[in-house]
Design a binder for this molecule. Sequence first.
Ligand code: GLU
Length: 448
Amino acid sequence: MKTQEIMQQLAAKHPGEAEYLQAVEEVLNSIEEVYNQHPEYEKAKIVERMVEPDRIYTFRVTWVDDKGEVQTNLGYRVQFNSAIGPYKGGLRFHKAVTPSMLKFLGFEQTFKNALTTLPMGGGKGGSDFDPVGKSDAEIMRFCQAFMLELWRCIGPDQDIPAGDVGVGGREIGFLNGMYQKLAQRYHTGVLTGKGMTWGGSILRPEATGFGALYFTQHVLELAGKDIKGKTVAISGFGNVAWGACTKAVELGAKVVAISGPDGVCAIPGGIDKEMIDYMLVMRSSNRNKVQDMADKFPGKCSFVAGKKAWSQKCDIALPCAFQNELSEDDAKELVKNGTWCCCEVSNMGCQPGAIHYFQAQKGFLFAPGKAVNAGGVATSGLEMTQNAEHISWTGQEVDERLHHIMASIHEQCVKFGKRADGTIDYVKGANIAGFMKVAQAMLEQGLV
Ligand code: GLU
């Protein structure tokens, strides 16, 4: 297998699908050496089969806004790979959603889910529906219209969607309500991220952020460092950033910045509980403005328009918002200001140039999203288990399992990513560990 040849063929077949091609190239670069030691993979054309989704559903979603006007959006479900279990992955509602974005996310999800140790395949879906500025009633009508099509493609043993950017507990509620109505099946296991009284798992809302901080702790610990007292900059103020802030503060770190599409809030004294709670209000307002935090707590934080979190001095950078949100220039600015660790919490949060720059700095600790943020989908997997058994675990039980899973993901990264000098290439480690598991499962199950 030669990465460049495969990439050329893929680029010709899928012109303009930049995010998808970027995600595939990163994985192929990491696995090329290991792959070429396994002629049986080459013979079964594992890579050629693995880079294409099993199927993509595309559908029209028509709904009526509060003014009575008819709106039309596009909806998608990408069922990427089911070699190790049913398709599993979130739904993203964002105006920039395209098939390329969902293909990159589905591809990443396949490896991420393999890392969790749980039997889940990879999928992703969503819509170009823009939740910004929408009322709760509009969100509900859109979710119901979206589910009118999606319900045919999903099921508890087939494909289990969850949240992602723009889809949280409120949206999952509306989606689940409509699914039950249409399917006339009242099982709890067809979506994860549900409410606590209708099959949801304790800790699922926090899980991505909590898991990311547990992973960061492992990375630091192996490098002989402690997270206590360290300064952290975080992008975003959605569900993931909220969980990350909560756990960072609990572990004794100081979150000195959060950012949004409008700019950054510098918080010199560190974010506190009241401010973290306010992130939830900001998320559900659908305004998508981080300035609201500075307006609410003028004595504690100051807003700088047009700047990213990466303009702030910090030890650890945690991108928690969107793909490619941290560029090579941002990486340079961070390093210049003394940052020595970046754990991607968003999927593919760093541009390739940023990753290369970080990895070229001696002693810099970098870990990729598919390892760092896997606690979210892992806890979805735990929610599926509870649903299948019709039971509910305590918060402590879920947290212990999440801890265990994050430790195991870290171990896999170390096993496959150890460099000659003893440091860890977490990108390589995560990609090889995830790939080997999916590749072996595909090989053993034949050409299907
Ligand atoms: N959207 C999340 C992710 O990127 C969670 C997916 C899930 O829980 O199924 O992993």
